[in-house]
Design a protein around this ligand. Structure first.
Ligand code: HEC
Ligand code: HEC
Length: 364
């Protein structure tokens, strides 16, 4: 098996790490180097790795977590808007999952607490527009696969039986092993003497200086976990494709948005807090691994980092909380060079076997 990322290699070879890493990474107005890998229970994370690629976790067996969070794309999917379960379409971009263990808020509107990953996994499995599966049904499906049952018992004990909440915990344990690799930028942040290419060095200085990026994009991942309105325009596909609009309206209804039928734009954090100031605010995204995870923004409206930086430079769109920056073309390029340098290559991730009966031919 190809070893992928330090933590996964370690858990597959059965060691545990002595490091304890707090999930609530210290967030101050500075950038920080990637901390050591998380401590995980190897048998649990190994089971989670199998389940992450397992299409039997979706209602009709058509997709796994990896269908929308592709390892080769930093665990994003490369689409502006996520596809959604068959018969639905989603209205937001699928975020990458690298170092998701260090995020303080989850989902573009911040509706879930990052310190607790299993509820996010549960929502992905059970929500009608993601995998549309019933927890009790999938625990029976897992029970039918001798290889998975054996892994289950390694993780939870010889007499244990597959059980929904533990299944979500196993996948969450696997998610904790997904860290981006070490970058030149991390080495600089650790105080190593490394020679950065001139454009990267200039971009790094602009990030904390004239560009003011550090105000919101700080800490280990480049996010303060708070929500802001940048005035990104609506993705026209949402109004044009009824299945996407229906999922948006259903989301607003589920969140208890007053008069939701009249709310045909993505309300962002307002749908969570119901505070009028939060309309159109989205949580500051993490900035590691960006070359793998485009298109960008909550609705995939920008295909390239050049467009994203130009948009920030002009002070965003209508109602934005950004100020115009007056950057030169050279400075914008330097910022993009810095963002690219804050990313490591994505080595291919080994996939578990597809078990040779029911659903063996289904899309993975
Ligand atoms: C049909 C596509 C799809 C599938 C399948 C899917 N996801 Fe997601 N995932 C998304 C989208 C889209 C979001 C963002 C939703 C939002 O912000 O409203 C998301 C968000 C997340 C987040 C929060 C990330 C962050 O940075 O806030 C986690 C964690 C996650 N998914 C894990 C999983 C796991 C584990 C599975 C399998 C059990 C899974 N996903 C299956 C599309 C999918
Ligand atoms: C006021 C807070 C704030 C400041 C300052 C800020 N950003 Fe952002 N940035 C955000 C938010 C919020 C988003 C997501 C907006 C959305 O999707 O609607 C974002 C999105 C991005 C993205 C897209 C990431 C992705 O995965 O989609 C990049 C890249 C980015 N910002 C870089 C920068 C750079 C470079 C600067 C400095 C020139 C900067 N930002 C300044 C808040 C900020």
């Amino acid at each position: 098996m190809t070893c992928w990322r330090r933590t996964l290699c370690v858990l597959l070879s059965g060691f545990t790490f002595a490091f304890m890493v707090s999930t609530a990474a210290a967030q101050s107005a500075s950038l920080q180097a990637l901390p050591p890998p998380a401590t995980v229970k190897p048998a649990l994370a190994k089971l989670g790795w199998h389940l992450f690629f397992e299409p039997r976790l979706s209602g009709d067996g058509s997709r796994s977590c990896a269908s929308c969070h592709l390892p080769s794309r930093g665990f994003a999917d490369g689409e502006p808007l996520s596809r959604g379960y068959n018969g639905t379409e989603y209205f937001r971009n699928a975020p990458g999952l690298m170092s998701v263990r260090l995020k303080s808020r989850l989902m573009w509107d911040g509706r879930l607490d990052g310190a607790d990953l299993p509820p996010a996994v549960r929502d992905m499995v059970t929500d009608a527009h993601f995998m549309n599966a019933d927890g009790r049904l999938i625990q029976e499906r897992i029970r039918q696969i001798p290889e998975l049952l054996a892994l289950w018992r390694e993780a939870f004990g010889a007499q244990s039986q597959p059980y929904g909440p533990q299944l979500f915990a196993a996948i969450a344990e696997f998610l904790k092993t997904l860290d981006g690799g070490d970058t030149l930028v991390d080495r600089v942040l650790r105080g190593d003497k490394v020679a950065l290419p001139a454009a990267v060095r200039e971009g790094m200085a602009l990030f904390s200086g004239k560009g003011q990026c550090i105000r919101c994009h700080n800490g280990v991942l480049g996010t303060d976990g708070k929500a802001y309105r940048l005035g990104v325009s609506e993705n026209p596909a949402i109004a044009q494709e009824p299945l996407r609009m229906i999922t948006l309206l259903r989301h607003h209804a589920t969140m208890g948005v007053p008069n939701y039928m009249a709310e045909r734009k993505d309300l962002g954090s307002y749908a969570v807090s119901k505070q009028p100031d939060d309309r159109g605010r989205f949580v500051t995204p993490a900035l590691r691994g960006l070359p793998h995870t485009g298109p960008y923004m909550h609705n995939g409206m920008f295909a390239t980092l050049d467009e994203v930086v130009a948009f920030h430079d002009q002070g965003g769109g209508p109602g934005s909380e950004l100020q115009p920056l007056g950057l030169s073309a050279r400075e914008r390029k330097a910022l993009v060079a810095f963002l690219r340098a804050w990313s490591a290559p994505m080595p291919p991730m080994a996939e578990p076997p597809a078990y040779d009966y029911w659903l063996a031919g289904a899309a993975r």
